[in-house]
Each structure stands twice: as C-alpha cells, then as structure tokens.
Design a protein around this ligand. Structure first.
Ligand code: ZN
Length: 413
C-alpha cells in the first residue's frame, strides 16, 4: 500500500517552518533551555534574499564573459512529526458529542498547524474505530467513534498506528472494521493491523517528496485478548521484525518502526526497550517511535548498522487522555527532518516539542497545547490543579527539560 503525499507542494513552506523550528538546533541539539513564558529572544532572523544589484550597462563589451556563479541546489528536506497515545476515555467522547454525531477536531486545534505542515505525521490511535455495531466505550475495553479517525485525518495525520494493547479490545471484527474504515479515508495509511495474511506481508510505504518511507509497527501484547488469526495485529517478535525490515529496506529509502512497548508510568526506558532498540539499530532502522508508558521517556541516538545512527524516541507519552496525574499530561511531539544526501536519507535535525494535555473542571475544554502556547492561566484552570495536584507552567517545563534536555523545542515562533 502506498499513498502519494499531496503535501509535497508545501515543500517551500515546510523548509521555512522547519528552519524556524530548528534554527536553534545544531546537530539535533537545541540552544540552552529557555524559560517560558517571558520575552524570548527571537530566533535567528531568516535573511531576506535580496536580488543582486543590476550593474549599469558598460559602453564597451567585456573582453571575457564572467563565468556563471555555481548555484548549489537546496537539499531536499522531508519533515516528520509523531505523537503518542490518542486515548479516548469516555468523558472526552461525551464532550465531543454534537447534536447529530461527534466532532473531535477541537482536541487538536492547537497542534493542527504543526501536524498539517509536516510531510509525515504519525499518531498512535490506541482504541479500535469499530463503527456500526460497536458502541463507544472507554477503559478497560475501548472503542471509539469513527469520527475520531476523521478528525485525526482532518488535522493532517497520515500514518495511523493500531498495533497496541487495546487494538484487540473489541475482537477481530472491530479490527477488520477499523482497517476497512481507514481504507476509505484518502491519503492516510494505517499500520500495525491487517485484514488478511496477504496484507500482513505487505509493507506499508508512504512517499514524500519523491522519497519512500517504510512504516512497520509492533505491540508488546493485546492485554490478554486472543487473536483468532495471527495476522490481525503485529506483535513484537524479533524474527518477524528482521524479515520485515529486510523487505522494507528493498522497497524504501528509510525504515521507521513504531513500537508499543515499555513499562507504564516509568520515565526511564527498561532494559528490554534498550535491547530491542539496539537490535533494530543493528538492522539499519532509521527511526524508532515508542509509545505506551503514558509518560514521556528520552530521545537518544544509537550507533547502528555500518556506524549509521538510529534515532530512538523511547516514549512520546500520551497525546489525548483523561488521565488524572499531572506528569501524564506532559507529552512529546517528536519533530524530525530527513535530508536527502548522496548516500540516501539521513536525519539531520530533530527535537521534541513538549505538549500539554489540558482539560477543565466538569470534564470539558479538552485540548492538546504545545507548551510554548500554554499559559499559567490555563495551568491554573487545569482540572488536575483543582484535584489539589499542583499544575503550573514551571512544572511542565521543568519535567520536559528533565526528560528531553536540550532536545526541547520551546519557543513561540
Ligand atoms: Zn497502550
């Protein structure tokens, strides 16, 4: 399966945005942590390209023509963003109810620009989207209205993962209905679940700016739910993963692996996570996108195959949730730029835009904010603050820097 990204026309805009986002990054390291809110120094101004002055015509011809200056082509940049678990607890579903259905788009309005501007935009959709015959439900056996999927697509997400521990919550029928649903949504690829053995064998490839990205996805388990057919969801299995990666490398310019893994509520990657990440790095995977622990974990480089680097985001944390602890409200949006080089694609820039999951008393006003757009006023109104658990901008920025350090992208440009 492949889709041609119609976002490629945004190339120029993206380059500009990426430049703004990453001007402060050098070799994937941002400038020193900045306090928020406050008067932030503007990022290095992008110099306006001015036309060269036109010399006045000389009366006499030049004896020799000046050689044309060599104009170096700008390298192709392909941008990617990734967020964690879209965990639609029932209070969120109820708040998104409208007179004649559901509208989940308000959840994403503050991050829509960041998502829409990226060539590749990944999200882990934690619950099945079973459609007709499956009522909406929350923890512990989730099913979410398909309008939630439409809102993700409308926001600009184009790679949707379903390999996670809730993917089988409503059995095989809901997995198949979820896949059928996504097949009708243009310019979106679903990963991690399959309708058949043939589909399991088919590597999902997404094209962006003429380059091909293979997306593989695996979950540590299914919360004990049986899988009637083994192809329904991809589970972590080194032998199968190695075979998939070998096939993916023949089809694509870069291989990206989504992993639903790790221990819940642990800020530090487990030994198993580290060991599996190195296994994938040794096979030449370019990027590992981790999720599931409900809290964030670090972003790191590993040395992989042929000494090439592999970037690992151990955990993005949640994306949307109704959880009730302040440290589960701090989440990451991984932001990566691939550059086309003579030797293929390479990740040249990366950072993490910290996000805050916000909601208020009465289970309302659910919305994900980039930390740079969040305010002390909103923090004070956060429902968790009213549960007597201290929520503040300082808490979120402190936690973000504890986890991601200099990779944090906190600015309001
Ligand atoms: Zn999970």
């Amino acid at each position: 399966m492949k889709i041609g990204s119609d976002k490629t026309v945004l190339g120029g805009l993206l380059a500009c945005v990426a430049l703004l986002v990453f001007t402060a990054l050098a070799g994937c390291v941002s400038t020193q942590p900045q306090e928020i809110p406050g008067d932030l120094p503007p990022l290095a101004a992008v110099e306006e390209i001015k036309p060269a002055p036109v010399p006045e015509a000389e009366p006499a011809p030049q004896p020799e023509a000046e050689p044309d200056p060599i104009v170096e082509a700008e390298p192709t940049r392909i941008s990617l963003v990734a967020v964690g678990d879209n965990l639609l607890h029932m209070p969120i579903v109820n708040w998104c109810k409208t007179v004649d259905g559901y509208d989940f788009t308000p959840l994403y309005r503050e991050v829509e620009k960041l998502v829409a501007e990226a060539d590749l935009a990944f999200v882990n959709q934690e619950s099945p989207l079973g459609g007709e015959g499956f009522a909406p439900s929350g923890y512990p056996m989730f099913n979410s209205p398909q309008q939630a999927g439409l809102a993700l697509a409308a926001t600009g997400f184009n790679v949707i993962n379903h390999a996670n521990n809730h993917g089988l919550d409503k059995g095989a029928k809901a997995v198949l209905a979820t896949a059928d649903f996504w097949r009708e949504v243009p310019d979106v690829v679903y990963i991690g679940i399959n309708r058949s053995e043939e589909e399991r064998a088919e590597i999902r490839v997404v094209e962006a700016q003429g380059y091909r990205f293979a997306w593989l996805a695996y979950s540590y388990g299914t919360n004990g739910m049986p899988m009637a057919q083994s192809y329904l969801m991809n589970l972590i299995d080194k032998e199968a993963m190695a075979a998939d990666i070998e096939q993916a490398q023949e089809l694509a310019d870069a291989v990206i692996v989504s992993l639903h893994w790790g221990n819940e509520y642990q800020f530090t990657p487990s030994r198993e996570q580290r060991e599996l990440a190195q296994f994938l790095a040794d096979l030449g995977v370019a990027l590992i996108i981790g999720h599931h622990p409900h809290v964030a974990q670090p972003l790191e480089w590993l040395e992989g195959k042929d000494d090439l680097p592999t970037l690992v985001m151990f955990s993005l944390g949640n994306f949307v949730s109704n959880q009730d602890r302040r440290n589960r409200m701090l989440e990451g949006m991984l932001s990566v730029v691939f550059f086309a080089t003579e030797n293929g694609l390479a990740i040249e820039e990366c950072g993490v835009i910290p996000l805050v999951m916000h909601y208020e008393r009465g289970y309302q006003n659910y919305c994900v904010y980039p930390l740079y757009a969040y305010s002390e006023d909103l923090a004070q109104r956060h429902y968790i603050n009213q549960l007597d658990r201290q929520v503040s901008l300082g808490f979120f920025s402190g936690l973000a820097y504890d986890i991601w350090g200099e990779y944090c992208v906190i600015h309001n440009s």
